[in-house]
Design a protein around this ligand. Structure first.
Ligand code: TXA
Ligand code: MG
Length: 349
């Protein structure tokens, strides 16, 4: 398949209307279009068309028991596809459009292929204007997982999308780098009232708890136990995993430098805070040092993490070391992605 790549400026989408109409025609006719969102790039198809949904699973190499999120242009459109509640509208008013995905009981219009035969469906109204215009022009909800091949980090820039999806989709919309860089927060509304957090993201548990009681699913932080069923099917799969083993360090730069020197291995990468960057470079001249941003700037860490993991994959390092994030605020989203990428390997120094 030949993949057409078009460039759209989020701040001037009217200049690209013809291209976006072309993209929406692909969606309407059951094809695949990769589009930017404020979190990561999405691999989109008509969420009401089961054949189109199946193409998504095929293009990504995704197991068919892992359901898709449907993307809508306006929060009220959720009414057509799900049984909403007062709590949904409160969340919508506070956080939509934005990086919050809400799981509710599905109506029949969403085929089983899209929701992996679950009785529920995940709904999200993205903040990115290109994404919303594409949904609006298509006239259908767009089912979209992250636009990476199954198992690799989600794409946050068009070059990542091209690496994974060229030749597998009809069109890629280049909207520049994704603003946040980690996937949306996912909550499930239980009995119309309480929330379960299934995946942390930019919208934090602290913010959500102003609207309802919130229970954090154990798999957000811990390893699934043998035989335990994941509340969100995606949580059981190995995710965001770089080829080299990633090791999270609970300790300071000095201790890590000593640890690495003792390894006597010259194929090492270190993900470091900006403040420690020159110290690592001086002490470990043969290691590759990635700067993830200033120590307290978790927005920068979120923005840079997947780009760094993808880059590190190109060099076959023996080991990658990274600082263990906090579990507060958006730190929880970083913690959740990084412990999974590290297969829960944490070394206390
Ligand atoms: O930011 C995002 O959410 C991005 C952009 C493209 O919108 N999308 C995304 O989709 O991250 P995906 O498919 O990579 O991750 C969706 C997660 C999966 O872990 C899936 O198992 C879970 O949501 N999920 C979807 N529907 C669900 C449902 N009905 N019940 C429980 N979990 C669900
Ligand atoms: Mg994904």
């Amino acid at each position: 398949m030949i993949t057409k790549i078009i460039k759209v400026d989020q701040n001037n989408i009217d200049d690209s209307l013809t291209s976006l109409i072309e993209a929406s025609n692909i969606i309407k006719s059951g094809g695949l279009v990769v589009f930017p969102t404020e979190t990561v790039y999405g691999l989109g198809a008509d969420g009401t068309n089961k054949e189109a949904a199946k193409k998504i699973f095929k293009a990504k190499g995704r197991p068919s028991d892992n359901p898709l999120i449907i993307h809508i242009a306006k929060p009220s459109e959720a009414e057509k596809y799900t049984y909403t509640s007062k709590l949904y509208y409160k969340l919508a008013e506070a956080f939509m459009p934005g990086p919050l995905t809400v799981i509710m009981q599905s109506k029949k219009l969403i085929p089983e292929a899209t929701r992996a035969s679950l009785p529920t469906v995940a709904v999200r109204c993205p903040e990115n204007k290109i994404a919303r215009k594409l949904i609006e022009l298509s006239g259908v909800p767009i089912a979209a997982p992250s636009a990476n091949l199954s198992g690799s980090p989600s794409p946050t820039s068009v070059s990542h999308v091209i690496d994974d999806m060229q030749g597998r989709v009809e069109m890629i919309i280049d909207g520049g780098d994704c603003d946040f860089g980690l996937e949306s927060t996912i909550v499930k509304i239980e009995d119309g009232e309480a929330l379960t957090l299934l995946r942390p993201g930019r919208i934090t548990p602290e913010e959500l708890s102003e609207f309802a009681s919130i229970n954090i699913a154990p798999s957000v932080i811990d390893k699934l136990k043998e035989g335990e069923i994941a509340l969100s099917p995606g949580m059981k799969y190995r995710h965001y995993a770089p080829k080299a083993p990633l090791i999270l360090i609970d300790g300071n730069a000095m201790a890590l430098i000593k640890y690495i020197k003792d390894l006597n291995d010259d194929s090492i990468a270190v993900i470091s805070y900006e403040e420690d960057d020159s110290y690592f470079k001086k002490e470990l001249p043969s290691a590759r040092i990635y700067n993830i941003g200033s120590r307290e700037d978790e927005r920068a860490h979120a923005h840079n993490l997947f780009r760094i993991l993808r880059d590190a994959d190109k060099y076959n390092y023996d080991k990658i070391f990274a600082p263990l994030p906090s579990k507060n605020g958006i730190g929880l989203a970083l913690y959740n992605r990084m412990i999974r990428a590290a297969a829960h390997t944490i070394i206390k120094l």
